[in-house]
Design a protein around this ligand. Structure first.
Ligand SMILES: [Zn+2]
Length: 317
C-alpha cells in the first residue's frame, strides 16, 4: 500500500498531542501501517502560512516547515528499524526486501521555499521528496484553487517555473493538489516528467475547486502521473459524506477518464475532519473489499493500492 498524503506529523507537532508515530489515537501510526501492509506512507509537513502577515510569511513558513521536519525526525527515531525514511529508490527496495514501512517526507505548501532556490535545496537536503506547490493561499510559486474564477485562472509565477524545473532536475515529485487551474495547466505544459495530484478527486462527480476536471485527469494520465483519492467529505459528494459509496463513484470515473494507470490513494488522514467511514490506515481493506465486490479486477486494485504510485516514485526519485 502507498498513501500519497497524510497530515499526522502536523498532529504530532501540536503543543498538546497524544502519542507518537509508533502509536497514537489519530488515523495513522506505525503499528497500524504495519498491520495494513504499507510500503510507503507519505507524511506531509503542513502549516497554514496564511496566518502570518505578508512581510513575515516567507520567514515563518520556512521556520515552521523546518520545525515539522524536526518533529518527523524525532518520531522516525522512535520507530527504530521498523520505519525507513525514503529519499531514493534504493530505500524503497530495502523496504520491499525487509518488509519495512517507508516514510516519504513531503512539503505541503511551497510557501516555505519563499522565493529562493537555495531554500528548495535546503529542503531537498533535509529529505523532502515531494512538494505540494501551494496550499490555499498565494505564494511565490503560484496561486491556490479558489471559487473566484480570476484567482483560479492564474498560472504559475516566473519563480514557480524555476521551481518545477529544479525539482525535476533534483528528483522531486511535483504535486498539483491545491493549485489553481491556471497553475495546473502550466505544470502540465512544462513538466518534463510525470507529476501528481496527491490528494484530489473528480470535479465531474463533486463540484469543488480542489477536485480535478476530466481534462486534468487526462493530462495527468498522459504524462504518466497519478491521482490520490482524497477521503475529505467535502470533496467526495454533495452530501458531504466520506462514504465508501461516494469513493467508488470517484474511483470509477477517474478510471474511465484516465485509465487504470492513474489511480492511487491520497487519504488526507489527520488533515480532514467530519464523519469518516474509513478513518484509520488499517481499515483501507474495506475500500478494497468494496472494489472487489464491484468487480474491479485485482490487477487494477493492485495498481491503485501501490503499483502506480511506486512507478512514479521509481521514475522521479
Ligand atoms: Zn491538503
Amino acid at each position: 500500500m502507498i498513501d500519497l498524503h497524510c497530515d499526522t506529523i502536523s498532529r504530532l507537532a501540536m503543543p498538546i498531542h497524544k502519542g507518537d508515530l509508533v502509536h497514537n489515537p489519530y488515523s495513522v501510526d506505525l503499528e497500524r501501517l504495519e498491520k495494513a501492509g504499507s510500503l510507503v506512507q507519505c507524511f506531509s509537513t503542513f502549516f497554514d502560512a496564511g496566518v502570518y502577515p505578508m512581510p513575515f510569511r516567507r520567514e515563518m513558513a520556512f521556520k515552521k516547515a523546518n520545525h515539522m521536519i524536526d518533529v518527523f525526525e524525532k518520531n522516525i527515531k522512535l520507530c527504530g528499524e521498523r520505519m525507513i525514511p525514503v529519499c531514493g529508490t534504493d530505500d524503497i527496495e530495502v523496504c520491499i526486501e525487509r518488509k519495512k514501512v517507508g516514510a516519504l517526507l513531503t512539503l505541503e505548501d511551497g510557501a516555505a521555499i519563499g522565493s529562493s532556490l537555495e531554500h528548495l535545496h535546503h529542503f531537498y537536503d533535509r529529505g523532502i521528496r515531494l512538494i505540494t506547490l501551494t496550499w490555499n493561499h498565494e505564494n511565490d510559486i503560484g496561486y491556490p484553487n479558489s471559487g473566484d474564477p480570476e484567482v483560479m485562472s492564474n498560472g504559475l509565477k516566473p519563480f514557480g517555473m524555476e521551481v518545477i524545473e529544479e525539482m525535476s532536475r533534483l528528483g522531486m515529485i511535483i504535486d498539483v493538489s491545491h493549485l489553481s487551474d491556471g497553475g495546473f495547466w502550466d505544470v502540465a505544459r512544462h513538466a518534463t516528467k510525470p507529476f501528481i495530484a496527491s490528494h484530489s478527486n473528480s470535479r465531474s462527480i463533486t463540484v469543488h475547486s480542489r477536485n480535478l476536471t476530466d481534462a486534468m485527469i487526462e493530462a495527468i494520465a498522459e504524462k504518466g502521473g497519478v491521482i490520490g483519492l482524497n477521503f475529505c467529505p467535502d470533496f467526495l459528494g454533495a452530501d458531504k459524506k466520506s462514504s465508501i459509496s461516494n469513493m467508488l463513484h470517484h474511483i470509477k470515473h477517474i478510471y474511465q477518464v484516465g485509465g487504470e494507470d492513474v489511480l492511487a490513494l491520497g487519504t488526507d488522514f489527520d488533515g480532514i475532519s467530519g464523519k469518516l467511514q474509513i478513518n484509520s490506515c488499517d481499515e483501507l481493506w474495506r475500500l478494497k473489499e468494496a472494489l472487489q465486490n464491484h468487480k474491479m479486477s485485482s490487477r487494477v486494485i493492485d495498481k491503485m493500492w501501490q503499483d502506480n504510485a511506486l512507478r512514479v516514485m521509481k521514475e522521479i526519485l
